[in-house]
Design a protein around this ligand. Structure first.
Ligand code: CA
Length: 224
């Protein structure tokens, strides 16, 4: 059955672009231009994912997201015209699952949609990307068959990124999951350990292929 995607966007050209794109990929697209009718619809009907424009005419997109998150955990990808990293971080902290910034390519948006529709990968699975293999049951990491030693913190960060593969994680999401809630707003902790992880896992640590930085926001492990 076609996955249902609700598009909340007040710009007619962008709305039309998005719904046409979704339909060509056999998604069912539902269009809304205003925040309140979209919320009222979502109280009655379920959808699989939401594309949310942060700059709505009738209400602030961040406020809309906070309202939705008070009763729903449907995946939300924010579409932001704003270059500000603060807006993206705020949206993610308000419960958005991911974002794209205008202008974005159709391929980029579709990849984000696929990643966010995907169910979380079960914990017993062996993960692999490039020549790296990660076995969560044995807590073993190897590269081309050779064991790699990771510290506990490095391993915890890697596993968190793997469980959210292809999706963005903010500095604070990583800090609270790996270090604990008392450690938020210490992005330098994450930066240091990500540097070490790249040294151990990436062929070119200075030009990482998998452990990608989202500038000002956080990190994304790209499997493709
Ligand atoms: Ca808008």
């Amino acid at each position: 059955m076609a996955e249902r995607i609700l598009v909340l966007e007040d710009d007619p050209a962008m709305q039309s672009f998005l719904t046409t794109l979704l339909k060509t990929k056999a998604y069912q697209a539902l269009s809304f231009e205003q925040g309140l009718p979209a919320l009222q619809y979502l109280v009655q009907q379920s959808v699989d994912l939401i594309l949310l424009d942060l700059g709505l005419a009738d209400m602030d997109g961040q406020h809309w997201l906070t309202q939705l998150r008070s009763w729903s955990d449907i995946p939300v990808i924010v579409i932001s015209a704003r270059q500000s990293e603060q807006d993206k971080v705020k949206a993610l902290d308000n419960g958005a699952n991911d974002y794209v910034t205008k202008p974005f390519s159709a391929a980029e948006l579709l990849a984000r949609i696929r990643a966010n529709l995907r169910q979380s990968i079960p914990s017993q699975q062996v993960f692999s990307f490039g020549q790296i293999q990660v076995d969560p049951v044995q807590r073993k990491v190897s590269r081309a068959g050779q064991d790699i030693h990771l510290t506990k913190t490095e391993y915890d960060i890697l596993l968190l990124l793997l469980r959210h593969a292809d999706r963005v994680l903010t500095h604070n999401q990583i800090l609270s999951q790996v270090w604990g809630a008392a450690y938020i707003d210490r992005p330098e902790y994450v930066r240091v350990h990500m540097g070490q992880l790249r040294q151990k896992l990436e062929e070119l640590p200075a030009a990482p292929r998998y452990l990608k930085t989202e500038p000002g926001v956080g990190y994304r492990l790209t499997l493709g």
